[in-house]
Design a protein around this ligand. Sequence first.
Ligand SMILES: [Zn+2]
Ligand SMILES: [Zn+2]
Length: 245
Amino acid sequence: MAEIAITCLGSGSALGEGRMWSSLLLDEQTLLSLPPTTIPQLYRLGKDPTAIDRIFISHRHADHFFGLPFFLLLYLYRYTRDTPLFIIGPAGMEEATARLCDIAWSDPDIMEKLAQRARLSFVEIEEEGEHRAGGIAFEAVQMDHFGMDAYGYRITHKGRKIAFTGDTKACLQLDRLIDGADIVITEFTHAVPTDDPGHMDVDAVKLLTARVRQQGGIVLATHLSEAPAPIEGLLLCRDGETYLV
Ligand SMILES: [Zn+2]
Ligand SMILES: [Zn+2]
C-alpha cells in the first residue's frame, strides 16, 4: 500500500487559540482549505507552492477561503505556470475569488493579469456527485454547516478513499461521506459538548472515530479550538507535522 503524506499547515478553527487556521497538504500537491496562514507555513516547512495543483475549498468562510488572494499573489509576482491550478469549491467560486482579490489588492483587473501568468481552472460544485479535477476523481457531499453551501469531499488518491469533512455538524450526510473511507480528516471544533448547530463537538467526534475505526480506517482531527483530551484511535493534528498514513 502506497503511503500518503499529510502535512498539517494549520490545525485551528476560526477562533482557535494558538494554532494556525486549518489547512492540510496531501502529497505536496493537494491542499485542503486555504486560510491566509497557509502561505507562510508552506515556506516555513520548505514546501514548494507551485507543486500544488488543486485546492479544495469546502465553503467560503474566511478561515477556509481568505488565503486565496495571498496564494494567487504568488502567481502575479513570483511564479508562472502552464499546467492548470484547480480551485474547487461551491458554485460561484470564480466570481467570489475575483471579488475577494479585488478587495484584497484594490485591482479590478487582477484576474485578467493572473490569467496571463497562470492557468486557473475553477471547478464549481453545483450539487452533490462525482467530479474530476485533472487526473483526480472526487465526490462532493453537502454538509450541514449553518445552512451554507458547504461540501465535504471524498477524494480517491493512490487507490484509497480520503474523506475530508470541511466544517459540519454531525448529520446523515456526514455518515455517507465517511462510509467506507480509508482515511477521514474531520473537523473537531469543540473539545467539550456543545449545542453549536454548525460544528462537531467531542461526543460527535468520538462516535465518528469509533465508526471509522470499525471499518478499518484512520481518523485525523483538525479545525480545533482548544486542546481536547485524547480520544482512542484519533490523531490530533499539530501545526507543522507530517503524517505518513
Ligand atoms: Zn465554516
Ligand atoms: Zn472553519
